[in-house]
Design a binder for this molecule. Structure first.
Ligand code: G1P
Ligand code: ZN
Length: 549
C-alpha cells in the first residue's frame, strides 16, 4: 500500500464555528479543502494513531465521498481500528455513545445538522474527543491554527471501502469495520427508560405517537425503537428513509418545517397523543401534543421538575445547565429543587466539563436541544423517550403536564427572532454598537404598553468554565429587566452565508390566569425595546425578522 504526500496550501476559512466546520457542499468539494482540514485534525488529535476512531454522518449529499477520504487518511495516519456506520450513517448521539462505550480516541461526524442538504446545500465536519463530546475551543483553535500552515497532507492509496454491507477489512495496520448504526444506541435507550411500561401502553392502544424523521438520519433509529422495540403502530414513524437532500426539505424540527407532523397532531381526538420530530443528524427534537407546542426551554424545565419520576433518573439530578439564550424556566425549577443551574455560552461543547465532573445531569438549549449525562451530545430520540416515559408515568397529556408546570412555576413566554442574510460587516458593527450601549443601559427605563421596564443588569456575556477555568468572552449581549423580562442578542456561529442576528425575547408571568396569551403579544414591549436598542431598522434596513420561533 502506497502512502502519498500531497502538496497543498492553506485555506483561510477553516475556523470551526459553534459546531464544527460548516460550509456549502461546493466549498468542501474544492480540491484539497476537506483533506487539509482532516490533516489538521490528525495533527492535533495525536491519540488517533494506534487508537479507535468512530466515523459516520447524517447521510446528506457528499457524506459517503467524505467518509472514503477520511478512511484513506486515517489509514495513512496509523489509526488502528475504525468503526463506520453502515451506508455511512450514524446519528450524532450514536457517535457520542459509541466513542464512550468502545473507549475510542475520538469520532468524526459528517453533518450540517438542520441545514438543508443536496449538491446546493450545506455540509459539515466535526471532531468529537474521547469523552464523546464535541472538541473544546482549545482543540478547535489548534486545528484552525494548524490548518493555516499546511503544506501537504498524507493519504493512503487504497480502493474505496464498500459501506453498504456490514463487514471487516484489514488494510495494512488498520482494521475497518462497517457496523450496524442503530443497535448499540437502541440498547442504551432501553437501559435508561422503562420500555416495558411504554410498550404496554402502545400495545393496548392507550398511547400513540407520530415521529417525523424528516428524511434524515433518525429514520432507522426511530423505526427500531418506537415501532419494533416499543410496539408503536407501524407507520408511527414518517419520512423514515434517509435521503441525500432530505426529500428536498429543511431537516429542522420546528412548527414551520415539520408541517406534515403538525397537521397530524391538529386533528383533534383522532390525532396521536404525542408528536415529535428530529433534525438532520438526530440531536435536535421538537415535542408537541395535540394542538399544543412545548417550547424547548420549557421542555428542559419540565424534565428537570419530573426526572425523579423516571426510573433512569430516580436518584435525582446533581444539577442542570442551559445555554445563555435558553429561557430561565429551568432556573425556577432548580431553585425549588435546591440544585445548581449553570448558564453557559451557546453550543453543546460547554456542557462537556460539567457532565464529566457530574456537576449536572440534564442540560438543554432553546434551539430544540436536550440531553443528559448518558452521552456528551444533545439527543433527540432520548428526549422523545423521556416524554413518552413521563406521559406513561403521569397518565396525563403533554398539554396537561405543561400547564400544570406553568401553574406551579410560572410561565416564561419566549421567542427567538432571526434576521438572516445580513451583511457580515453590518452585523459586526451592530454588535459593537450594542457592546458600547450596554455600558450605560443599566437603570434606564423604557415605556411599554401596560407597564414600563427598567434595566436591572446588562452585559456582554463572558463564561468562566468552573472546571478548567477557561474563559470564553463576547458570547452575547444580555439585558435583564427588573420584572424578570430579558433580551439577548448574538450572532449565529453556524451559518454558511453572511450573518444571522438572533434576538431572544422572554417575559415571565406567574399568574395562571394569564398563561394562555399569544406569545408575540405578550412580548411586544420586549420586541420594541430590542428594535430600539439595536437600531435594527437604521442599521439593517429590516422591519421584521425572517424567522420567528
Ligand atoms: C445554533 C443554535 C445553538 C446550537 C447550534 C448547533 O447555533 O443556536 O443553540 O448549539 O446551532 O446545533 P448558532 O447558529 O446560533 O450559533
Ligand atoms: Zn443537529
Amino acid at each position: 500500500m502506497n502512502i502519498l504526500q500531497i502538496s497543498s496550501t492553506p485555506f483561510t476559512d477553516q475556523k470551526p464555528g459553534t459546531s464544527g466546520l460548516r460550509k456549502k457542499v461546493q466549498r468542501f468539494q474544492t480540491a484539497h479543502y476537506l483533506e487539509n482540514f482532516l490533516q489538521a485534525i490528525f495533527n492535533v488529535a495525536t491519540d488517533l494513531k494506534g487508537g479507535l476512531l468512530i466515523v459516520g454522518g447524517d447521510g446528506r449529499y457528499y457524506n459517503t465521498e467524505a467518509i472514503q477520504t477520511i478512511l484513506k487518511m486515517a489509514v495513512a495516519h496509523g489509526v488502528s481500528h475504525i468503526k463506520v456506520g453502515q451506508n455511512g450513517l450514524l446519528s450524532t448521539p450514536a457517535v457520542s455513545h459509541l466513542i464512550r462505550k468502545q473507549s475510542a480516541a475520538g469520532g468524526i461526524i459528517l453533518s450540517a445538522s438542520h441545514n438543508p442538504g443536496g449538491p446546493e446545500g450545506d455540509f459539515g465536519i466535526k471532531f468529537n474527543t474521547a469523552n464523546g463530546g464535541p472538541a473544546d475551543t482549545k482543540f478547535t483553535d489548534q486545528v484552525y491554527a494548524d490548518s493555516q500552515h499546511i503544506t501537504a497532507y498524507t493519504i493512503a492509496e487504497i480502493d474505496d471501502v464498500p459501506l453498504e454491507t456490514q463487514g471487516q477489512y484489514q488494510l495494512g495496520e488498520t482494521l475497518i469495520e462497517i457496523i450496524d448504526p442503530v443497535s448499540d444506541y437502541a440498547d442504551l435507550m432501553e437501559q435508561i427508560f422503562d420500555f416495558a411500561k411504554i410498550k404496554a401502553l402502545f400495545g393496548s392502544g392507550l398511547l400513540s405517537i407520530c415521529f417525523d424523521a424528516m428524511h434524515a438520519v433518525t429514520g432507522p433509529y426511530a423505526k427500531e425503537i418506537f415501532e419494533r422495540r416499543l410496539n408503536a403502530a407501524v407507520g408511527s414513524v414518517i419520512n423514515a428513509i434517509p435521503q441525500e437532500d432530505f426529500g428536498g426539505g429543511h431537516p429542522d424540527p420546528n412548527l414551520i418545517y415539520a408541517r406534515e407532523l403538525v397537521e397530524r397532531l391538529n386533528q383533534g381526538n383522532d390525532s396521536p397523543d404525542l408528536g415529535a420530530a428530529s433534525d438532520g443528524d438526530g440531536d435536535r427534537y421538537m415535542l408537541i401534543g395535540r394542538n399544543f407546542f412545548v417550547n424547548p426551554s420549557d421542555c428542559l424545565a419540565i424534565m428537570t421538575a419530573n426526572a425523579h419520576l423516571l426510573s433512569g433518573y430516580q436518584l435525582g439530578l446533581s444539577g442542570v445547565a442551559r445555554s445563555l439564550p435558553t429561557s430561565r424556566a429551568v432556573d425556577k425549577v432548580a431553585e425549588t429543587l435546591g440544585i445548581e443551574c449553570y448558564e453557559t455560552p451557546t453550543g453543546w461543547k460547554y456542557f462537556g466539563n460539567l457532565l464529566d465532573e457530574r456537576r449536572i445531569t440534564l442540560c438543554g438549549e432553546e434551539s430544540f436541544g436536550g440531553g443528559s449525562d448518558h452521552i456528551r451530545e444533545k439527543d433527540g430520540i432520548w428526549a422523545v423517550l423521556f416524554w413518552l416515559n413521563l406521559v406513561t408515568v403521569k397518565r396525563q397529556s403533554v398539554e396537561e403536564i405543561t400547564r400544570a408546570h406553568w401553574a406551579r412555576f410560572g410561565r416564561h413566554y419566549y421567542s427567538r427572532h432571526d434576521y438572516e442574510g445580513l451583511d457580515s460587516t453590518v452585523a459586526e458593527q451592530l454588535m459593537k454598537a450594542l457592546r458600547k450601549r450596554v455600558e450605560t443601559l443599566k437603570g434606564e427605563t423604557f415605556a411599554g404598553h401596560t407597564a414600563s421596564h427598567t434595566v436591572s443588569d446588562c452585559d456582554d456575556f463572558s463564561y468562566t468554565d468552573p472546571v478548567d477555568r477557561s474563559v470564553t468572552e463576547h458570547q452575547g449581549i444580555r439585558i435583564l429587566f427588573e420584572d424578570e423580562s430579558r433580551i439577548v442578542f448574538r450572532l449565529s456561529g453556524t451559518g454558511t452565508e453572511g450573518a444571522t442576528l438572533r434576538v431572544y425575547l422572554e417575559r415571565y408571568e406567574a399568574n395562571p390566569a394569564l398563561h394562555d396569551l399569544e406569545t408575540q403579544v405578550v412580548l411586544a414591549d420586549m420586541i420594541n425595546i430590542a428594535r430600539e436598542v439595536a437600531e435594527l431598522k437604521t442599521r439593517c434596513g429590516r422591519e421584521q425578522p425572517d424567522i420567528v420561533t
